[in-house]
Design a protein around this ligand. Sequence first.
Ligand code: SAH
Length: 349
Amino acid sequence: MMDIYSLSLEELTEILVDKDLERYRGDQVFDWLYKKQVRTFDDMTNLPKQARKELSVSFSMSPMKELAREVSEDGTEKSLYMLEDGHLIESVIIRHPDRTTLCISTQVGCPMKCPFCATGQSGYVRDLTIGEIVFQAVELERSMEPTVGTNIVFMGMGEPLLNLENVLKAISILNSPKGRAMGVRRFTISTLGIPDGIRAIAERAPAVKLSISLHSPNDTMRSKLVPLNKTYGLKELFAALEDYVERTGNRLTFEYVLMDGMNDSVKDARDLSELIAGLPAYVNIIPLNPTQSLIRRPSDEKVVEFCEELHERGVEAFVRIEKGKDIEAACGQLRLRYLEGGEFDKKNR
Ligand code: SAH
């Protein structure tokens, strides 16, 4: 069966026309899927009964089901979904006073092996399909009715630039004016920084925002924290970022996860300010959310000291207020706990 959430309006319309339905039926189905967010074809009451029946045997409307949901004291909500092949992914709703962010996964696991990241520790299984990416947003929003997300970040499990085709297609489906109509500027791709991928985004989706997971201003330490840096070092990364900024005019975000004794010294802050000096950018400082690795989070004093050093050097930097700490909302943590048995087994027996 074809997954309906993988289709653009144009593709869906062509298929419906092939099934002898009128062209405008595509618009109607998109409206039901993305504006009214119904769960079955039977709910699409302005379609002829026969058509609803036929569509329900041609298309799948549920590429995943929710296994667990955890709600944090600060309003962060995390969902664990099981895909049709049994694999698990996570998606998160993060509430800020002025916006609600949907944090979406792009891969099952991740091949990048960053030692501080729970997803990196659990290995890579496969890329998510277009429909699996789109459906996370639909399902999260269905759970928060009548409100909707104000923006979407690809900061869940996986490296979005390794699944770029599906990510870009998912963005264009969610952007479709007859469907969810989420503005392209409301999407952020978070990446470790693959130079070709960065240039591809600049060319093909210049309105999408880019967030770079930097974590260290020098190649030696960055290669330890981000193994991909051994392939594409800082020089290549920054050459691509300069091209990106020149082409799009967008400001960049640098994500900098602070780790005790590894990347949190005053010298690191100075080197960081020099490294990014030529680019319009700001820095998100994120104190490490400890996982099973031996890497620790620095003291609050260290975090403040690092941030102040950046401010003194004219860098715009914020310490990202942690969200969902009590529900292990750091990338991949909930899934890891489930994969290791315990709760997952209990709930499924
Ligand atoms: N692979 C992409 C997107 C997924 S990770 C990337 O690396 O950007 C999204 C963000 O979560 C990254 O900035 C990553 O460094 C951060 N992150 C991962 N594990 C973390 C942890 N244990 N504590 C705090 N931030 C973490």
